[in-house]
Design a protein around this ligand. Sequence first.
Ligand SMILES: Cc1ncc(COP(=O)(O)O)c(C=O)c1O
Length: 396
Amino acid sequence: MKLSARARSIGASPTLALDAKTKQLIREGVDVISFGVGEPDFDTPNHIKDAAIEAINAGFTKYTPASGIIELREAICAKFKKDNNLEYKPENILVSSGAKHSIYNAVQVLCDEGDEVIIPAPYWVSYPEMVHLAGGRPVILPSGIETGFKVTAEQLEEAITPRTSLMILNTPSNPTGAIYTRDELEKIAGVCVKHNVAVISDEIYEKLIYEGEHVAFAAVNPEAKEITVTVNGVSKAYSMTGWRIGYAGGPADVIKAMSNLQSHATSNAASISQKAALEGLAGPQEPLEAMRVEFKKRRNYMVERLNEMPGFKCLTPPGAFYVYPDITWLIGKKLAGKQVTSDSALADILLDDARIAVVPGTAFGTEGNLRFSYATSMEKIQEGLNRLAEVLETLE
Ligand SMILES: Cc1ncc(COP(=O)(O)O)c(C=O)c1O
């Protein structure tokens, strides 16, 4: 069969591909430590699981409205009000099968064929592919370690053309853990409002913050709210990646268009998962804090150890669960007798010779970085970093 040009224009998600390769090696009996994962290693809290079991036993196993059950949309409105000072009604909310699905829907309804979509790099791997799938053209705004991996309003202003329709912002960031301050967001919002550029603000790591505060882009001023679709979800905050619940809040007409699209593609997110997400948002929040405290401990340890390694330079990321060291100094050197020609080559050497899995920065649109996830146990982090130190002893 002939594949469509659309299908041929995209590849598999490199992070999911790495995860599959790592799991395959582990199945073959190779002892690999994975720093590649993008999901909390904690179990979903029991009270959330119980709510799902209750939903099954009560027969809550049928179609729901495509945009989600009203109780969940109300709980999301309450969350937006409490955490972000954003006033929304249920008609402003769409529940999807994961935040990824909400972002996909938003890109589909906000990006026309040939539109330019601004994406700050390093970016989450799926953004440019989603733009391609909508027929748009990703315009990548680079940022590096010297600006804390954040782009500026001036950079944005320079990149905007009459074809620019959309920007995709991510705070806290995957892969860098960077957090935009209120002041930075206000300046970026000023430029977007001036040029009528819509914004998808991906705030999925909102609850994983170790220093500073999360500011919702839509909350910086009323004009920003009018041009923004805020995406969030329960995957990272409540350790619910497999349940597939994400949501979007935004202007009613945009949410309606996203809901129409979803109604023809997937219909509602799983009814049982919606009940579980409702319990996550409305129930006790203590497990979340325990997870955050543990992540912070791991982050501090990992950053300290990585900065002791030759050729590794990393910031202390204030959010998410990733560390993003710069490794450019190692390019051109030899490790385990092999030439380090790029960050991807280094990731391959580390998988083969140190048996640790990391994601090369190229996957996120920068060269010369590696992404280490610390969503794995302290013992594994210690052992994995020992292996890294060992292989670095072979540096030539
Ligand atoms: C920045 C970012 N946005 C969205 C998602 C998707 O989350 P979900 O599991 O809710 O689809 C991820 C998951 O890795 C992510 O890192």
